[in-house]
Design a protein around this ligand. Sequence first.
Ligand SMILES: Nc1ncnc2c1ncn2[C@@H]1O[C@H](COP(=O)(O)OP(=O)(O)OP(=O)(O)O)[C@@H](O)[C@H]1O
Length: 243
Amino acid sequence: MRYGSHIAVDQVGFHVERGEVVGLLGPNGAGKTSTLSAIEGLITPAHGTITVDGADVARQPIEANARLGVHLQASSFQAELSIEQIVRLYAGLYGVRLSHGQITDRMRDIGLAGELGKPFKKLSGGQQQRLSLFIAVIHQPSLLLLDEPTAGLDPQSRRQLWQRVDQFRADGSGIVLTTHSMEEVQAVCDRIVIIDHGRVLATGTPADLIAAHRDDRRVRDLAHGEVTLDDVFIALTGAQTRD
Ligand SMILES: Nc1ncnc2c1ncn2[C@@H]1O[C@H](COP(=O)(O)OP(=O)(O)OP(=O)(O)O)[C@@H](O)[C@H]1O
């Protein structure tokens, strides 16, 4: 996948099962957001195919999109629209019928029942994230993409979001999330894919990756006591910071 002459993602391949949470990890600029954009069909890769629950993203974009839920870092709903208007708008777009009572019930589940008439811009960051996540799954997608879902959230909201992710997994969705937090990986990911410079460096469960690299010299040099996923990640991707 290219931006002009720059190859941002090169031969990245992975599979997500239903009921599985896959963490896509990599330093800044590694190619995570570009990979998600390709799954969304926003960028067309020069080679390779991407399918969402059997639908080819390039050839069957409508089917693929109908099976995909996306929750982005910055939720950008119309600032002036109320919660109820936003829910009605997206329910309509996805052909989901929701009565006023059902909307109230669903909003109660995520602690927003008292805010139905409030404009989006007046919600707190945590409330905006909860609404954005609700909208991302309003059509019960097979695959949910979460781009740094807990960036900027307080510990309470973070825990709550992890519980929601557990719930989606239990309901049978496949989930891909990008994160820079190893705590998040340990909390919710079944498997991780570490990428850098647009290529896959390692894949496996967090425990597998630690076990596989525990005795590497680079990892040993970094570890303070027990080897952590952080140590493995930094050893694989290098200690230098990225722009
Ligand atoms: N619109 C764009 N035009 C040109 N280059 C881009 C564009 N978007 C991303 N890139 C480049 O593609 C590469 C991958 O970027 P990408 O945003 O996918 O990385 P990332 O892993 O999501 O990073 P971060 O953790 O900082 O969000 C980087 O080298 C980046 O500079």
